[in-house]
Design a binder for this molecule. Structure first.
Ligand SMILES: *Cc1c(COP(=O)(O)O)cnc(C)c1O
Length: 225
């Protein structure tokens, strides 16, 4: 087994079955991404950067059909048209206006519906994207998205402040989980609060303890960038 396959399998086996493991592949080669898919990865998390992401995706060949492509990096308005054909879910919607911009472009990408998560800036950091971590802000965005025909809200995503000690991330994961539960009161129609995407290589164990059912792991699988 390759080292990537070994690491992936080790982490996969350490997680409860109902926790989805996203392999975060920014800056990884096509070969590395193929290895992790062959090891059983079902979710690939990429940051959309033009033209690298498109080229990488094209080079994946048939293997790309076997996995769900998750957009986990910030989506610039100008990149929406190019990103939509690639990604099966956009995890980084941070405002009603961004949601509207995506909604308008879904049909052009020859899709009917794009699943999305709302990104929460759980640490309230200037340098990070996402909605303010309050129930008021969440309610406003959930209600704003519910009228959009081509988007289906599926849950929340957060990065949380990155520090050395994973325990430092715990309060931010806990806060996001509370918002996730509160959000269930506002979703309507096909929208839902089902996916809670939080935790990275250093913090995914803590995130799962706090209720994450999707974790995004890069260096823990592929080694240092
Ligand atoms: C890169 C990245 C990850 C994975 O980070 P690692 O520390 O390499 O595990 C997770 N989430 C997002 C949004 C990322 O950009």
């Amino acid at each position: 087994m390759s080292e990537i396959a070994e690491k992936f399998t080790e982490i996969r086996e350490s997680l409860p079955d109902d926790v989805r493991l996203v392999a975060a592949t920014k800056s990884r080669s096509v070969e590395e991404i193929k290895e992790v898919i062959e090891a059983g990865a079902k979710y690939i998390g990429e940051n959309y950067t033009h033209p690298e992401a498109t080229e990488k995706y094209e080079k994946m060949g048939e293997l790309k059909e076997e996995v769900n492509w998750e957009l986990i990096g910030h989506l610039q308005k100008n990149d929406i048209n190019k990103a939509l054909p690639i990604f099966d879910r956009v995890q980084t919607v941070e405002s009603v206006s961004k949601a509207e911009h995506i909604d308008k472009r879904v049909e052009k990408a020859e899709k009917n519906v794009v699943p999305i998560l709302i990104e929460v800036n759980s640490g309230g950091e200037e340098s990070k994207y996402g909605i303010e971590p309050t129930e008021t802000a969440l309610e406003e965005v959930v209600r704003g998205i519910s009228g959009l025909e081509h988007l289906r809200l599926e849950g929340l995503m957060t990065m949380g402040p990155y520090r050395g000690d994973p325990e430092d991330a715990r309060p931010y994961f806990r806060l996001t989980k509370e918002l996730f539960e509160a959000g269930k009161n506002y979703v309507e129609g096909d929208d839902r609060m089902e996916i809670l995407s939080m935790g990275m290589s250093n913090s995914y164990r803590v995130a799962v303890e706090e209720g994450a059912n999707m974790v995004r792991v890069g260096t823990g699988i592929f080694g240092p960038r």
